[in-house]
Design a protein around this ligand. Structure first.
Ligand SMILES: NC(=O)c1ccc[n+]([C@@H]2O[C@H](COP(=O)([O-])OP(=O)(O)OC[C@H]3O[C@@H](n4cnc5c(N)ncnc54)[C@H](OP(=O)(O)O)[C@@H]3O)[C@@H](O)[C@H]2O)c1
Length: 181
């Protein structure tokens, strides 16, 4: 099976690609650094051609409210047009626990917009809602601290997120699901 990992060079994407390559699949790590850009469309059609599955682990270069929203909306539109044309059978994406319960956070609104595009794409999908990765512990503490108290959901190690994305790929062949790891 040909599997395209959009954002396959990123923190979670590179771990997912490494996991998938232990199997007998053709795995494409797609990102601007490998010549595939979901914003400009460069290399996208060629990358998804012949693919049965796309795992979207891309992220906006800017985490600010408006750029992040624009990234996920533009990327999603281009990605689903290419996936539909290529006959992709399943789309997997990594999202965030409780993103829809925190509309005051701009980046979470962008992730909800990404989820809506996925749900309306017409392509069978799995959305995995994860807590943040341990690798970001320092940054999470910085933005979540209120005096001496830091309040956040239990983070998970990035390598476990990579395994989850592969696991969903193996099990998630039809329908739609949102699951928390
Ligand atoms: N990190 C967390 O704690 C966490 C938790 C839950 C969910 N998530 C979600 O998981 C996803 C990945 O997060 P991450 O931390 O692994 O991100 P990351 O390390 O910042 O990696 C981002 C990836 O996106 C790629 N990318 C950027 N612009 C692109 C474009 N125009 N077209 C195609 N690919 C592009 C990058 O490619 P280049 O290397 O070529 O620039 C890179 O491979 C995000 O959607 C995030 O919301 C993350």
């Amino acid at each position: 099976m040909k599997i395209v990992v959009i954002g396959g060079t990123g923190l979670i994407g590179s771990k997912t690609v490494a996991n998938l390559r232990q199997g007998r699949h053709e795995v494409v790590a797609a990102s601007p650094h490998t010549g595939v850009n979901t914003i400009t469309g460069r290399g996208l059609k060629e990358a998804v051609s012949g693919a049965q599955m796309v795992i979207d682990l891309s992220n906006s270069p800017s985490l600010e409210d408006e750029p992040a929203l624009e990234f996920f909306e533009t990327s999603g539109h281009n990605l689903f047009a290419a996936e539909a044309a290529a006959g992709v059978r399943h789309h997997v994406a990594l999202s965030i626990v409780n993103d829809d319960r925190n509309p005051e956070i701009g980046y979470y609104r962008a992730k909800v917009a990404q989820e809506r595009l996925i749900e309306n794409s017409g392509i069978p999908y799995t959305i995995i809602r994860s807590t943040q990765f341990l690798e970001f512990l320092g940054g999470i503490a910085d933005v979540s601290a209120d005096g001496n108290i830091v309040d956040f959901a239990r983070p998970v190690p990035a390598h476990r997120g990579g395994r989850r994305c592969c696991h969903r790929r193996r099990r998630g062949t039809r329908g739609a699901a949102k699951r928390h790891p």
